[in-house]
Ligand binder design. Structure first.
Ligand SMILES: [Cu+2]
Length: 161
């Protein structure tokens, strides 16, 4: 490589690096007002239940939720899907229609607020989302037949002052 090109490349890197570093360190952090909240929810062992069944955060929080399938024997999978109030019937039907190849998830459905992929026993998945406006939101597992008992409520409280 000619020396001139090398020098020019170094100059370019030197000029650009501070900007890139600033952008990199800035991207993952939330807006200054958003609070980061870590939540953990698991399957209740091999049962078709979540534990805990109630989760709490505040509107606008940046939520990092970990879901863990703690089953030891069952072969079926679970996911964690947060849905808009009043959409239980439509989402469970759409999930069944989406089928196994799509992970029983109607991808792109605007009534799904957050989700993890399906997890096998012993697996965990993390999803990040901004908490919606205050209210109670149902979360379910969309594996066919599970949501009847495998559900819980995310209580979104008004934004903390
Ligand atoms: Cu399930």
């Amino acid at each position: 490589m000619p020396a001139t090109l090398t020098r020019r490349t170094f100059a370019w890197v030197a000029a650009v690096s501070p900007v890139m570093l600033a952008a990199c360190s800035k991207t993952p952090s939330p807006a200054p007002s958003a609070k980061q909240v870590d939540l953990l929810v698991e399957s209740n062992g091999d049962l078709l239940e979540f534990t805990p069944k109630d989760l709490t955060c505040h509107a606008g929080d940046l939520v990092r939720l970990t879901f863990r399938h703690t089953g030891k024997y069952v072969s079926f999978e679970h996911n964690w899907v947060l849905i808009m109030p009043g959409s239980f019937d439509q989402i469970t039907a759409a999930a069944a229609a989406a089928g196994e190849s799509k992970g029983y998830l109607p991808v792109g459905d605007s009534r799904i607020l957050a989700f993890t992929p399906m997890c096998r026993r012993g697996q965990a998945a993390i999803t990040q989302f901004t908490a919606p406006k205050a209210g109670d939101y149902l979360f379910i597992c969309t594996f066919p037949g599970h949501a009847q008992s495998m559900w819980g409520i995310l209580h979104v409280l008004p934004k903390a002052a």
